[in-house]
Design a protein around this ligand. Sequence first.
Ligand code: PEP
Length: 257
Amino acid sequence: MKRKRLLAGNWKMNLTGKEAAALASQIATGAANLQRTEVWVAPTFTSLAPVAQALQHSQVSWGAQNAHWEPCGAFTGETSVPMLKELGCSFSLAGHSERRHIFGETDELVAQRVFGILKGGLTVVLCVGETLKERESGQTNAVLERQLRAVLDKIEPEQVKQVIIAYEPVWAIGTGKVATTKEIEAAHACIHSFWNSKLPDTCPPILYGGSVAPDNFAEIVQVPLVGGALVGGASLTFEKFKKLIAISEEVTVLVRN
Ligand code: PEP
């Protein structure tokens, strides 16, 4: 399938509402009339309303960094899908490595979030990726398959179109250490073939994430099966994010899945 490349900014726990809205307004202007690129941003929960206002007439979509699977209830500190939809969110991340490794979210808990997000009608960006220790001990593929299996075992075929996968090696996130194009290609191929072995010909777009920056992005977007990028640090400054958008627009390689 031919589709636009997706560039998604994960702002993590950065920017106040005012700062986030200012950055969103710049991105809205920078992302007008794109031919090959779709731009999404994921601000903090408290910035969603001002960002929604800044992006309401733009081509940029906004979403959350996490979501709970229940619509409401006694879940202190959590936010539900109906609450996100009220703010115009079209997607939520799930299973970001910081959630898995700092906050101890298991594959099963991440899968619960994924199904809550899907059931609520949003797109989910399911993040998967291995730690350095797992890579060095040759477990990369097994880890990716285990993380995917938690979702794949229960997903209904009609829900697949609401899924985007982000391959994010934990050791490359926020470290300035980018995976090599060979490592990215191998991991994307593993995800693609494992998914298709369970649900033939349905593998969703796969983004790469991990220290993506203007000086490495042109090479990364040309790697087979890379459908775009999930970008942390470089999405927080307009100058850098604008360069990533420009690179995506310039690279003519077709995104196929
Ligand atoms: C991320 O937060 O998903 C990410 C990839 O961060 P960074 O681009 O800063 O490595």
